[in-house]
Design a protein around this ligand. Structure first.
Ligand code: NAD
Ligand code: UD1
Length: 336
């Protein structure tokens, strides 16, 4: 039985599908602060299998221990946390509480239950301003906002734990920019309010919920002047977790990038989404967004080595097609 914290969220729900499809039993622990139970109903519909849902908070150590023991969990895939860079700047203590204190309590509960296998959702944001590209895992870590700093602190906590007890198996996965949705169109990203990230915004323009996209910056030192990112299909990302779990059969502590190794600009994404949706995406170029960097993409060799040859296989066209299917079939997300 695998415990998936935050399993009702965007990446968690897609990972539950891959875990169930690979023959695992799954229990999800989620407080539904940024998700709904509907995503987990859809996961079960896709897989034609059941999973167990427990409403609870990772900061409740006794509650987590009870789940681990009641269900005989053998590993934890840990997604639960807050993820908005903007909110983290205005509410840093909420971020330290959920992401750092929450992970600390979860690890304590695991320790008490003698369970020592965990995969942790980190982010490329831990690298900060690129000293060189692609980012290798040895690139200096210098996160520049409270969200990224919470990921950095948790990574350090995990490394310290492994140094104290090398019988742990710890996989730290640094995600680049996950987009897309399951090919069924049944699950996908359902942000609350105005989306901060590019793809949900583009998709909402395509579906007619918003008038136009603001492109933040047209004067970067990139081929077309707009920001370049390493977009990765969320199903590729989810499959990376299944591969990581297998590799954690042995004690280890590693950090790997999950990206494609390729960069695409904002305008590349707009064009690909127009093609995938058959809709036009009006946009206007605006000043740069504070805190943004020109370009960001992953070195992928280490992930392939640690994750048994795993690599991302879906291209930008597929990412946009699948993202569009989800948005088009569910214009208001899980809200109907
Ligand atoms: P999400 O918000 O869709 O999912 C997170 C889930 O965790 C939600 O279901 C939420 O209700 C739950 N949750 C939050 N705090 C909790 C708590 N204290 N106890 C129990 N449940 C709690 O986010 P996502 O995009 O699926 O991201 C998953 C993880 O991956 C996060 O840790 C995030 O920081 C990390 N990550 C995401 C991205 C991205 O672009 N989406 C990039 C890098 C890293
Ligand atoms: C952001 C977060 C990062 C997080 C990632 C995935 C910041 C500074 N970083 O990364 O920590 O891991 O999301 O959740 O917020 N863009 C537009 N118009 C928009 C939105 C975005 O032009 O309306 C551009 C951005 O300037 C950037 C690119 O699109 O060049 C991607 O932006 P976004 O999707 O927000 O991801 P990141 O900034 O890479």
């Amino acid at each position: 039985m695998i415990l998936v914290t935050g399993g009702a969220g965007y990446i968690g729900s897609h990972t539950c599908v891959e875990l169930l499809d690979a023959g695992n039993e799954v229990v999800v622990l989620d407080n539904f602060s940024n998700s709904s139970r509907a995503s987990l109903e859809r996961v079960q519909q896709i897989c034609a299998k059941r999973l167990t849902v427990v409403e609870g908070d990772i900061r409740d150590q006794a509650g987590v221990e009870k789940v681990l023991n009641d269900f005989g969990c053998t590993a934890v895939v840990h997604f639960a946390g807050l993820k908005s860079v903007l909110d983290s700047v205005t509410s840093p203590l909420d971020y330290y509480d959920n992401n750092v204190v929450g992970t600390h309590r979860l690890l304590r509960a695991m320790q008490a239950s003698q369970l020592k296998r965990i995969i942790f959702s980190s982010s490329a944001t831990v690298y900060g301003d690129p000293k060189f590209l692609p980012y290798t895992e040895d690139h200096p870590l210098n996160p520049v906002n409270p969200y990224g700093q919470t990921k950095f602190v948790v990574e350090q906590m995990l490394r310290g734990l492994f140094a104290s007890d090398p019988t742990w198996s710890i996989g730290i996965l640094r995600y680049f920019n996950p987009i897309g949705a399951h090919e069924s169109g049944l699950i996908g990203e359902d942000p609350k309010g105005v989306p901060n990230n590019l793809l949900p915004f583009v998709a909402q323009v395509a579906v007619g919920r918003r008038e136009r996209l603001n492109v933040f910056g047209g004067d970067y030192d990139t081929p077309d002047g707009t920001g370049v990112r390493d977009y990765i299909h969320v199903v590729d990302l989810a499959q990376g977790h299944v591969a990581a779990l297998k590799s954690l059969d042995q004690p280890a502590c590693f950090a790997v990038n999950l990206g494609t190794g390729r960069g695409n600009s904002v305008l590349d994404v707009v064009k690909a989404f127009e093609q995938a949706s058959g809709r036009s995406i009006p946009y206007s170029v605006q000043p740069r967004r504070a805190g943004d960097i020109a370009a960001c993409y992953a070195a992928t060799d280490r992930a392939a080595k640690h994750l048994g040859g795993w690599q991302a296989t879906r291209n930008l066209e597929t990412m946009c097609r699948d993202h569009w299917r989800w948005q088009n079939q569910n214009p208001n997300g899980y809200g109907g």
